[in-house]
Design a binder for this molecule. Structure first.
Ligand code: URP
Ligand code: ZN
Ligand code: ZN
Length: 472
């Protein structure tokens, strides 16, 4: 037997189905052997007392995404993927966003320019469709789906992105015909507009009113409508960033009827509450995202949904805006009205540690469920499996050596994002990756970055296999 490039030995391997003790032999960037007592490689990593897990796949994050309101996405493909890697994520899927009036292909070309030369982990692109013209629907999207851009996001809110129900069903028909997956941001835009106007007219401009302007009812109604449109189009959809009970009830009801409705949730919905938006001064702006965080009871509902399989994936929804910045949360100064505060939180580096610590360590989910939610299912859902999200012969050697006992206190200054805060500042987490490999190359070791910008490769996605949803 020729010598392996790298051997990870003495670790406890955990996949979405099993936990077992074995060594992993890696050559040419792929997993070549999984067995006991493999010989040493050119490099040997001792994973004694460590878990060896598939590298995380972050199926929802925003990197260097252009905006229309003057805000600037703080992480580009370098800082964003470095932060991802330090947190154990080895594949990211951010969004090539079409502006109204723009050809979809232009958005994709621009986004490739932003990624290449910078990314340190592999990446695929979702599309965001904000202008579903006849050409977009009948020419550009079918071609792009065939070229490996097999998922797109549809917004039911945000003035510059929202689509009406007719546009949504037109897009879902394209998804059905060409085998793509639509991701839906489900909030009722007109009700939010009315609530926002009413709150502002009463002088309620502080960050906490963001939550009041987007109650669960608006998420519930839009979730139900999205499900109905998908049922009519007879196509699977994924409801993204689900925040609490009312949307979960709709999804559970739809799944019970046999509809292929998938769901994603994010760290903010198991850790933050709307009280975080009411922190003194302008601090609450740090936790503004949409839908907003709810309360502790709703966190319990999200945990139940993670454990029971209502949710298939757990993504960061990393949407990084600096706090003390006029291109960030303080877009119009330190009293920016809530409706002008850029939506979104940084969280690409803390996604795995938070779910492991709050979920596995506290007995809320199993280790297998953790791997499934953070790596295997997103890879399956977006057509990257078994190359990504798996520990099997022939898969990319995207692996993390994870210390389940390593306690860290989250401090923004210790994270690797380009944001000046973390919504999780001061939170203690147990468990953090210590060695991170992508295609067999060690990216992170001894808390040091070893990877060069631009080593990350673009991944064309296969059409996700949605004919057999139960495997997801
Ligand atoms: O508030 C959020 N979630 N911001 C990021 C953009 C999005 O809608 O996912
Ligand atoms: Zn969204
Ligand atoms: Zn998002």
């Amino acid at each position: 037997m020729t010598e392996f490039d790298t051997v990870i030995r003495n670790g406890t391997i955990a996949t979405a189905s099993d936990t077992f003790e074995a060594d992993i032999g890696i050559s040419e960037g792929k997993i070549q052997a999984i067995a006991r007592n493999l010989p040493n490689g050119v490099k040997t990593i001792d994973a004694k007392n460590m878990l060896v897990l598939p590298g995380g796949v972050d199926g929802h994050c925003h990197l260097d995404q252009p905006t229309t309101d003057g805000s600037v996405c703080a992480d580009d493909f370098y800082t964003g993927t470095v932060a991802a890697a330090f947190g154990g994520t080895t594949t990211v899927i951010p969004f090539a966003c079409q502006f109204r009036g723009q050809a979809m292909q232009t958005a994709v070309d621009d986004y490739h320019l932003k990624a290449s030369g910078k990314a340190i982990v592999d990446y695929a692109f979702h599309l965001i469709v904000s202008d579903p013209t006849e050409t977009t629907l009948s020419v550009d999207l079918p071609r792009l789906i065939g070229e490996g851009y097999t998922s797109f996001k549809i917004y039911m809110t945000y003035d510059d992105m929202k689509l009406n129900d007719k546009q949504i069903i037109q897009l879902l028909s394209v998804a059905r015909k060409h085998g793509a997956l639509a991701m839906i941001h489900a909030e009722n835009t007109d009700l939010i507009a009315w609530l926002t106007e009413t709150l502002l007219a009463s002088g309620h401009t502080e960050p906490r009113y963001h939550a009041a302007s987007r109650p669960m009812l608006v998420e519930r109604e839009a979730t139900h409508r999205a499900i109905s449109i998908a049922e009519l189009a007879d196509v699977p959809i994924l409801i993204v960033h689900v925040s609490g009970r009312e949307a979960v009830e709709q999804i559970h009801w739809a799944q019970g009827r046999g509809l292929r409705i998938y769901a994603e949730t994010c760290p903010q919905y198991i850790t933050l509450t709307e009280a975080d938006l009411a922190k003194p001064g302008f601090e609450g702006a740090k936790c503004i995202c949409s839908p907003p965080p709810r309360d502790f009871q709703n966190q319990s509902v999200i945990w139940d949904g993670l454990a029971s399989g209502i949710f298939q994936i757990f993504s960061s929804d990393h949407a990084p805006f600096r706090y003390k910045s006029e291109t960030g949360k303080m877009l119009k100064g330190d009293e920016t009205p809530f409706n002008w505060i850029p939506n979104g939180l940084p969280g690409i580096e803390t996604r795995l540690p938070i779910l492991f610590s709050e979920g596995v360590k506290k007995g809320r989910i199993s280790l297998q469920k953790f791997v499934e939610l953070t790596a295997t299912n997103p890879a399956k859902m977006y057509g990257l499996h078994p190359r990504k999200g798996s520990i099997s012969i022939g898969s990319d050697a995207d692996l993390i050596v994870f210390d389940p006992e390593l306690r860290r206190i989250i401090r923004s200054e210790k994270l690797h994002h380009n944001v000046d805060y973390s919504p999780y500042e001061g939170m203690a987490v147990d468990g953090w990756p210590v060695t991170v490999l992508s295609r067999g190359e060690v990216l992170i070791e001894n808390n040091e970055l070893l990877a060069k910008p631009g080593r990350g490769q673009f991944l064309p996605c296969l059409k996700p296999d949605m004919a057999r949803p139960k495997v997801i």
